[in-house]
Design a protein around this ligand. Structure first.
Ligand code: S3P
Length: 438
């Protein structure tokens, strides 16, 4: 796939942040809703679908596999399911773009098909480890070729898949989900045990599509040979996208933001707890259920933050929010220590190294450790930082620019559209001073 052309951002001191912001739909839920709808019997409707490049790439892959997907309006999809065995092979490579979730889950889904598939990705995805899914899938009977554990992946069809009991070596919802999807096509029981519970969207959604599944935090098991029945899916706003505004409003004096209908699955809200431990003022209003998921309106007001020893138990519940937590820690009073987060090194970029290098370029004092960082809070200056093709790094440094003493220039922010289309406009609408520069 062609990588897009570079686009830099400049972020600087803005106004106190005010207003009500609707952040886009949840990325994890949107990917899963497409995949399960595609192999269900009947027509499913997805409301609040994330119009990001990652989730659109998954939709395009499923279309290539013979699934008809309509877009009646932005954020809506109508998926005409082809049934468990109705996908058709594609002679072209299946391009997952930047999406680790897309590629890993699709690998599980494709392992049990009758046809061969080739999964490819962009420069960032092509560096991400795939053995974590291909090894256990191979134990289940799959045959998958890779470039020494990296994409592209050739998934050979026509294999007899069988369920296994698998203890995940690292907490990963992507690996768990890939194995559960392969389990739909396997003889016998597929059972997954996690070292720490991770987001359970696949399990909840399989149940909503009528597939019998037994799950509790840290454990899931299902049997092959049932049928998925189409249903409608309500996608909540993505907590990981709300996270940038939770930190931004917490660190800019005088700020007061409201973020309605944000998904509050407990396996996603570690940052909320971490920020509260640091002194943040964040209130959940009208907690409720929507589409089987807990949601609530988040109200955040400025509050002075102080450093913490981050409890390691929070790490898996905030695995995508570390870049912006690093910014909060860098401007808090005192020291923040992060441990047990080595997984950050294999995200869209090595997020420990990328954040440490970027923060140092802005004058922060930060020590990198193999599985975390020690961040000494203080003031940030201006400067130039690299996004390393990582959407969350780019948005995190846009937040840093709000409190830096001079403009922060962020190199190559084009990848922000993978998870958060319209971030720049939404941010500027509530008080950021963020602009695209040549
Ligand atoms: C995701 C799981 C997490 C997360 C990613 C989305 C998912 O990855 O970082 O953004 O949708 O299952 P890991 O499973 O690699 O931890």
């Amino acid at each position: 796939m062609s990588d897009r052309s570079s686009l830099d951002w400049s972020s600087q001191l803005g106004q106190p942040l005010h207003g009500e912001l609707r952040v886009p739909g949840d990325k994890s839920v949107s990917h899963r809703a497409l995949m399960l709808s595609a192999i269900a019997e009947g027509t499913s409707r997805i409301h609040g679908f994330l119009e990001g490049e990652d989730t659109r790439a998954t939709a395009a892959v499923l279309s290539k596999l013979g699934v008809r997907i309509e877009t009646p309006s932005s954020g809506e999809r109508v998926v005409h399911g082809v049934g468990l065995h109705g996908l058709r092979g594609s002679s072209e490579p299946l391009d997952c773009g930047n999406a680790g979730t897309g590629m890993r889950l699709l690998t599980g889904l494709l392992a049990g098909q009758a046809f061969d598939s080739e999964l490819v990705g962009d420069a960032s995805l092509s560096k991400r480890p795939m053995r974590r899914v291909t090894d256990p899938l191979t134990q289940m009977g799959a045959r998958i070729d890779s470039r020494d554990g990296l994409p592209p992946l050739i998934v050979h069809g026509g294999q007899a898949m069988r369920g296994i009991r698998y203890e995940l070596p690292v907490a990963s919802a992507q690996v768990k989900s890939a194995l559960l999807l392969a389990g739909l096509y396997s003889e016998g029981v597929t059972e997954i045990i996690e070292p720490h519970p991770t987001r359970d969207y696949t399990e909840r959604m399989l149940a909503a599509f009528d597939w019998p599944i037994d799950f509790s935090p840290g454990h899931a098991s299902l049997e092959g040979g049932h049928t998925l029945h189409a249903t409608d899916v309500e996608v909540p706003a993505d907590f990981s996208s709300a996270a940038f505004f939770l930190v931004a409003a917490s660190i800019v004096p005088g700020s007061h933001l409201r973020l309605p209908a944000v998904g509050l699955n407990p396996r996603r809200t570690g940052l909320l707890h971490a920020l509260r431990l640091m002194g943040a003022n964040i209130v959940i209003e009208s907690p409720r259920e929507s589409g089987g998921e807990p949601v609530g309106d988040l109200v955040v007001r400025y509050a002075p933050l102080h450093g913490i020893e981050l409890p390691e138990s929070l790490v898996p519940d905030m695995i995508d929010e570390f870049p912006v937590l690093f910014i909060a820690a860098a401007v808090a009073t005192g020291t923040t220590t992060i441990r047990g987060a080595a997984e950050l090194r294999v995200k869209e970029s090595d997020r420990i190294a990328t954040m440490a290098t970027g923060l140092r370029a802005l004058g922060a004092s930060i020590e990198e450790t193999p599985d975390g960082a020690i961040i000494h809070g203080g003031k940030l200056g201006g400067g130039s930082v690299q996004s390393h093709l990582d959407h969350r790094i780019a948005m995190s440094f846009a937040v840093a620019g709000l409190v830096a003493e001079a403009p922060v220039r962020i190199n190559d922010c084009s990848h922000v559209a993978t998870s958060f289309p319209g971030f720049l406009e939404l941010a500027n609408g509530c008080g950021f001073a963020l602009r695209a520069v040549d």
